[in-house]
Structure formats: structure tokens, C-alpha cells
Design a protein around this ligand. Structure first.
Ligand SMILES: Nc1ncnc2c1ncn2[C@@H]1O[C@H](COP(=O)(O)OP(=O)(O)OP(=O)(O)O)[C@@H](O)[C@H]1O
Ligand SMILES: [Mg+2]
Length: 323
């Protein structure tokens, strides 16, 4: 939980980091992300990193190591003043402005994204101090009440078929997928992941994609992060199609990923359970969390309805990659 008693104003951020030309509006309605310039005239963004000083430090250590290993990610800009800085108990970081193209759903961009995720999962990086994954300690009554909430969401969108898909997902997750994952948890390789690997967190430069939003980084079973990328890659992406990957896009993405990561037999066996886990834990949360304005956006609405109909059968893992 944040302990800030008041939020930093843009004026305080400008003063603390000696920035000029601070944009008054955030780049996104979901968080405070401001564009500005440094005293040396460099374009930057300043944004808040959730968590305490220890977590901020751990994140920065991780992103610097990724960057050092050639996995392009934003790292704090070199300034004459401290960066990150704690202002009103919140941790603020100035990152260089990345002049890249947004995702538009091309096959090349999908391949580059899969390749990036594979490299990120394969590299050795320091992880001490990073958030570690823990399973939800829900009970069955929560599954039932979530199903009821989702029924309300989907029936107000006129999609009664999706309700059945979601009910079956909840049942399967609770009775089969979650117990199966927990039983073999110690056999699931964990690695440092961004846990938010989606198109609008990437900008495509000549050198390839750059991850501009590593803030949700933590250490998790890598198949969860792969499954999460599949589930949410097109969420909130203005230039993305209003759906999850097609078969052939998934083939492109996953094959590019598997060039870097050799999944174990157990991971392959539990892939469909991992996908259920992310569909239930993250996918249904997104369905519940989107407000009326989001549902009124035709692209996002189509994405959400497609998400509500998604089951693991549609997304098998390709065989061991040959190339
Ligand atoms: N360093 C950067 N250079 C250029 N554009 C950026 C940079 N950082 C963020 N952006 C743009 O601003 C958008 C929002 O930033 P970001 O992803 O960090 O916020 P967010 O997703 O709303 O935050 P959170 O995921 O923490 O809720 C990005 O999708 C990207 O288009
Ligand atoms: Mg983001």
C-alpha cells in the first residue's frame, strides 16, 4: 500500500528532477505518466513506481541488468539530481523518452514481441528484493460470487453464451487447474518477468521492441507470464485488433519465444492449467474492471468479448522449436 498522504504535483516533480516543459496531462488515464524535458534538453517521461524503496531498487537493478544484457527496457535517465526520488512517500523515476512506433498488429511485430519475451525469460539477472509470486487463497464461495458478478457484466453486454464459458472456466480452474499447478509448483521454473507484457507497453524502434513499462516486475513461474502475455497482449492496445491472437499469430509469437526457452515436460503438461489460471485470475479481473467507457470503445469491447469466450484448447504450445 502507498503511504503517501498527498500526491506529488507536476510542479513538485519538475522542481525535484529539474525538468521543464512538463505536460499537464498524463500520457494515460490509468496512471500518472508525464512527458517533459531535462535541464539538458532531453525528452523524458516521469512516472511513479508502485511499492517501497526496496522494491524500487530491486526493479532498477533488474532493468539495468536486462538492458546490460541487450534486452531493451527503460532504465532511469542519468540526471544531475537523484533518480529515482521519493516525493511524498511515493517513488518517482525519470526515464528517457523512447521514440518508437506503437504496435499495429503486424506479423513482424508479433514475432519480435515473442522473441523479446523469450530472451527476457532466458537471461540470468539478479532478482533479490523483487516481488515473488503467490497463489490466491480463495475459497469456492468466491469463485461462485465472481461468476455471478461476471454473469451481470456479460448479460449487460448481451453475451449469454460467454456466461457458460466463464462458469465452466471457474469450475475447471477451481477443481482441476489450480490444484494441478499447486501440486507441481516446485517443478515450475521461475524467472524475473514484467507480468504486464502487452502491446501498449512496447515501443518498436529500429533496434527492436523496447519495454517501457516494467513496473509490475516480479519473480514468477515463466509459463504464467507466457500465458498472461497471450491473454492480455491486445488489451487496451489502440493499434491492436479487437481480439486475442489468431492461431497463426500465436504460432508466430510462441515459436519466436521457444527459440530462447526450452520448456520442461512438466511445464508443457501444465500449459493448459496455466492458461486457465491466467484466464481466471487476470482475464476475468479485466472483464470486471473495464468501465462503461471502455465497453463503449468498439475495439476494446470486441477484445473483451473474445477474451470471455477464450478457452485453452485454442492455444496449444507448438512442438519443440526447430529453428
Ligand atoms: N519512456 C517512454 N517513452 C515513450 N512513451 C512512453 C514511455 N513510457 C510510457 N510511454 C507511453 O505512455 C503509455 C503509458 O505508460 P505506462 O505503460 O508506463 O503507464 P500505464 O500502463 O498506465 O501504467 P501502469 O501499467 O503502471 O498502470 C505507454 O503505453 C506508452 O505509450
Ligand atoms: Mg502500461
Amino acid at each position: 500500500m502507498d503511504t503517501a498522504d498527498s500526491e506529488a504535483t507536476t510542479g513538485e516533480l519538475a522542481e525535484g528532477f529539474r525538468l521543464s516543459g512538463m505536460h499537464a496531462e498524463s500520457l494515460t488515464r490509468f496512471a500518472r505518466v508525464y512527458r517533459a524535458q531535462t535541464a539538458a534538453g532531453e525528452d523524458i517521461v516521469v512516472k511513479r513506481t508502485p511499492g517501497d524503496a526496496g522494491r524500487t531498487e530491486a526493479l532498477m537493478r533488474w532493468t539495468r541488468s536486462l538492458d546490460h544484457a541487450g534486452i531493451a527496457v527503460v532504465i532511469p535517465a542519468g540526471l544531475d539530481v537523484a533518480n529515482p526520488q521519493e516525493i511524498h512517500g511515493e517513488h518517482w523515476v525519470v526515464y528517457p523518452w523512447i521514440d518508437g512506433a506503437p504496435y499495429t498488429g503486424t506479423e513482424g511485430q508479433i514475432r519480435q514481441a515473442g522473441d523479446y519475451l523469450g530472451r527476457m525469460h532466458a537471461v540470468e539477472v539478479p532478482t533479490q528484493g523483487m516481488r515473488t509470486y503467490s497463489y490466491p487463497d480463495s475459497d469456492y464461495s468466491e469463485v461462485v460470487s465472481d461468476c455471478r458478478t461476471l454473469e451481470g457484466v456479460l448479460s449487460s453486454q448481451g453475451d449469454t453464451e460467454a456466461i457458460e464459458v466463464i462458469r465452466e472456466l471457474g469450475r475447471r480452474w477451481w477443481q482441476e487447474s489450480l490444484p494441478g499447478l499447486k501440486k507441481h509448483d516446485d517443478e515450475l521454473p521461475r524467472t524475473a518477468v514484467s507480468s504486464d507484457f502487452k502491446a501498449n507497453n512496447l515501443l518498436y524502434t529500429e533496434g527492436g521492441p523496447v519495454l517501457v513499462d516494467p513496473d509490475n516486475g516480479g519473480v514468477e513461474p515463466r509459463i504464467f507470464d507466457l500465458a498472461l502475455a497471450l491473454v492480455l497482449f491486445h488489451n487496451e492496445g489502440d493499434g491492436a485488433p479487437g481480439r486475442l491472437f489468431t492461431d497463426s499469430e500465436w504460432e508466430t509469437f510462441s515459436r519466436a519465444y521457444l527459440r530462447h526457452v526450452q520448456l520442461t515436460d512438466r511445464e508443457r503438461e501444465l500449459w493448459s492449467a496455466a492458461l486457465d489460471h491466467m484466464l481466471w485470475e487476470e482475464g476475468t479481473w479485466v472483464l470486471e474492471d473495464n468501465d462503461a467507457a471502455a465497453w463503449a470503445d468498439s475495439r476494446q469491447r470486441a477484445f473483451l468479448l473474445n477474451l470471455a469466450h477464450t478457452t485453452p484448447e485454442s492455444y496449444p504450445l507448438p512442438d519443440e522449436s526447430v529453428a
